[in-house]
Write a protein that binds this ligand. Structure first.
Ligand SMILES: Cc1ncc(COP(=O)(O)O)c(C=O)c1O
Length: 472
């Protein structure tokens, strides 16, 4: 059976796919931002056993583009201000196409040394942008969760050795839930993850963290790592990274910073100060599929002492070639759990080469400026209280009026978020933080510009009017 297509067939299929993709991108601003996700019946109808016979491509593209894709959040759309927006810049799609058709083996350096060097370059660019030293080694992962897992693995190996069970990890009660999942994957059970209650700014209080470390030591446990947040998902809070770095240095603990949402704000001078101390982390989670606007599936980890990352993953096999210059060249499978892998670095490399770093700095600055402007305008709407101003590009707020109970305010804030999103131009979501439901806006899509902020204000103002009778 010959599974190869002829050059003419490949060209025709590629043309069919790219013309659908380009039409999709061109129509993103007109597409409803929330999609029609009430699709349980459709999902049941889609179930089928593996087809025995071949299909033509066009009906499959029809199914994807006309039926399935519209029943999704329009996360690539310009009005997506929900959760933490992703990206989907076009150069990354080109990189994936090249990587998937060429299909190089990038697990070991010898198999594709020049290509792996491009991936190493991309990791070095991240290192430089984050202010990490030359000793740093990194790893591209599928996302922030797997980056955090690999960072915690390094911390555990370095500080606990084989004595895992007594080790305690500290984070705040605002940390992303990937911390507890990652800890479990790294052998640190949930009862050894100490969540320090946040302060009124949703940040981890250093005094309470210090007290928790000392109390656990007195119980005979072994504090070994702190995970702080460079931008929480709930409210965008940035923990006091510099002070936590000082505490970790004094206590001999590993400091991992979760920069999945916020680390790329290191690129702009106006937010670099908020992130002071990030460059001192022992390890850092990055999500290029957020702050670099790449498509989902691109996370990254930086480890300040690269030998810790290598020690956590180094392994060889009799059938593999020996790495000739481990200090000089980067070997992905010696720095991460995967042997056979795709070529994640190509997305980052091609995208940065095609745009240039200056374009990223400008885009990140623009998102920050739009968020500041949106927060200022929303704070002026009647009955809106800002709970967390934008430290980076995410802020949180709730609806309030005299005599309202917390339950009234939560109900009204939920209604405001739902009704604003229902208008179909922007999508916003809330979160529960410190016992209150807060509305939130996160500006991070590369497609979000002034027009979407104006639409947000217009639709939120109209939604506020709609819920007013319920409030009075
Ligand atoms: C602050 C923060 N940390 C970690 C994660 C997890 O990253 P990922 O979804 O890429 O695994 C996210 C978002 O999803 C996040 O917002």
């Amino acid at each position: 059976m010959n599974l190869e297509f002829s050059p003419a067939q490949m060209r025709a299929m590629t043309d069919a796919v790219t013309s659908r993709c380009i039409a999709h991108v061109a129509s993103l601003p007109e597409q409803p931002i929330c999609g029609d996700v009430e699709a349980a019946d459709l999902c049941r109808a889609l179930r089928e056993s593996a087809p025995e016979q071949a299909s033509a491509l066009d009906p499959l593209l029809d199914l994807l583009f006309d039926t399935c894709i519209p029943r999704s959040f329009n996360a690539a759309g310009p009005g997506y201000l929900a959760f933490v927006p992703g990206g989907g810049v076009f150069p990354a799609a080109l990189a994936d196409f090249i990587a998937d058709t060429v299909n190089p083996f990038t697990g070991v350096w010898q198999a594709a040394p020049a290509l792996v060097q491009l991936e190493a370059n991309a990791l070095d660019w991240l290192r430089d942008w984050m202010g990490f030293p030359d000793t740093t080694r990194g790893l591209f992962t599928t996302g922030g969760s797997m980056a955090t897992f690999n960072g915690l693995l390094c911390a555990r190996e370095r500080l606990l050795g084989a004595d895992i069970r007594r080790g305690v990890l500290y984070t705040s009660d605002q940390a992303h839930h990937c911390v507890i999942k990652s800890a479990k994957l790294a052998g640190i059970m949930p009862d050894r993850v100490h969540a320090v209650p946040c302060d009124e700014h949703y940040r981890m209080p250093v005094a309470a963290l210090r007290a928790a470390i000392h109390a656990d030591r007195a119980l005979g446990l072994t504090p070994f790592a702190v995970v702080s947040s460079a931008g929480t998902t709930n409210t965008g809070a940035v923990d006091p990274l510099d002070a936590i770095a000082d505490l970790c240095a004094a206590e001999g603990l590993w400091h991992h910073v979760d920069g999945a949402y916020g680390a790329f704000f290191m690129l702009c001078p106006e937010t670099a100060e908020t992130l002071r101390g990030l460059s001192r982390a022992d390890s850092l989670t990055l999500d290029p599929h957020k702050g670099m606007f790449l498509p989902y599936g691109t996370g990254a980890l930086l480890v300040r002492d690269g030998s810790a990352l290598r020690a956590a993953h180094e392994a060889t096999a009799d059938y593999l070639p020996a790495m000739p210059h481990p200090e000089d060249f980067y070997d992905p499978s010696q720095h991460g759990p995967d042997l056979s892998r795709g070529f994640p670095g190509l997305r980052v490399w091609l995208t940065v080469k095609l745009y240039g770093a200056a374009a990223f700095r400008a885009a990140v600055s623009e998102k920050r400026a739009l968020a500041v402007q949106a927060a200022t305008r929303i704070s002026a709407l009647p009955g809106i209280v800002i709970d967390a101003p934008p430290e980076l590009s995410l802020f949180a707020f709730h609806v309030s009026w005299p005599g309202a109970t917390l339950v009234d305010e939560d109900t009204a804030t939920r209604a405001l978020m739902a009704r604003t999103s229902a208008r179909g131009r922007v999508m916003i979501t809330g979160a529960v933080a410190r016992g209150r439901y807060v509305g939130r806006v996160c500006v991070l899509s590369f497609r979000t510009h002034q027009a979407e902020i104006d639409a947000l204000l217009h639709d939120m103002t109209a939604a506020l009017h709609e819920i007013r009778p319920a409030r009075s």
